[in-house]
Design a protein. Structure first.
Length: 259
């Protein structure tokens, strides 16, 4: 037996190292998804890719409610309907009940209704429009083209915030806007290749007028853009901007208090 061995410790046994300390407690992120499902799945992938962790335990705790039954946001905005408001409000409340103390909604047009709930929400929201415009101002301070659903454009989400920031935001004409909106519906229908071909035509037309990045301000549009094989540096993804902003808030959570 080895001299000085502890009781029960035989020759060749190794004393286990103490466990690695757990990472600091972070906010639990609540995601209200399903608007649409493919964009939500891509958001989760981007979120995981942006986390500065090397083990499972270094990733954040996430609770998610994917509710594709929420009424079409653009149709409601254009009709002056409040139909999406109750399920969005109830979904966020449910996420808070499940332990979320930071919220994200990977759908731009839904923020028309989200903004109307300001001051009544159960937890802070990482706002997709703010995240996208901040990224746009960083990467393209000279301005960018708005590519969004017709509901997002009609709701004025990006125009108001861009004006407040002093950011130059260019809007496509009505025919181009219809094509952009149709691109999103093609992605929702699982026709990404057709969506990519259409968005490629749209983007090249916009760049012929002024070569500024396209703000993909609909969460389906980054998927269409990737299918189009367009230059990566000429698109600012609202999905990626939201994922990056969520990670920043969770890993540098100033102002986010645990309940």
């Amino acid at each position: 037996m080895r001299t000085g061995a502890r009781d029960g410790e035989g020759v060749g046994t190794r004393v286990p190292r103490p466990p690695r300390p757990l990472p600091p407690l972070r906010p639990t992120l609540g995601i209200l998804g399903g608007m649409g499902p493919l964009a939500t799945a891509e958001f989760l992938r981007l979120l995981a890719a942006r986390v500065p962790g090397t083990t499972d335990q270094e990733h954040p705790r996430i609770v998610m409610l994917s509710d594709p039954s929420i009424p079409d946001r653009t149709a409601a905005v254009l009709a002056g309907s409040d139909a999406p408001l109750p399920p969005i409000r109830d979904g966020l409340a449910r996420l808070a009940e499940w332990g979320a103390d930071l919220l994200a909604v990977p759908c731009n047009t839904a923020h028309v209704y989200l903004d109307r709930l300001a001051g009544t929400l159960p937890a802070p929201v990482v706002h997709i429009v703010d995240a996208t415009l901040e990224e746009a101002a960083r990467r393209s301070p000279q301005g960018g083209w708005l590519a969004a659903t017709t509901g997002t454009v009609a709701g004025g989400l990006y125009q108001r915030r861009a004006e407040a920031l002093g950011y130059r935001l260019l809007l496509p004409g009505s025919g181009t806007q219809e094509a952009i909106h149709h691109t999103a519906t093609l992605v929702k229908a699982g026709r990404s290749h057709q969506a990519g071909a259409l968005l490629g035509t749209v983007a090249r037309g916009l760049w012929h007028r002024e070569r500024l990045p396209v703000l993909a301000a609909c969460t389906e549009l980054p998927l269409a853009y990737a299918a189009a094989s367009l230059p990566p540096d000429m698109m600012i993804s609202s999905l990626d901007a939201l994922a990056s902003a969520c990670v920043s808030r969770m890993y540098h959570p100033a102002g986010v208090a645990r309940r």
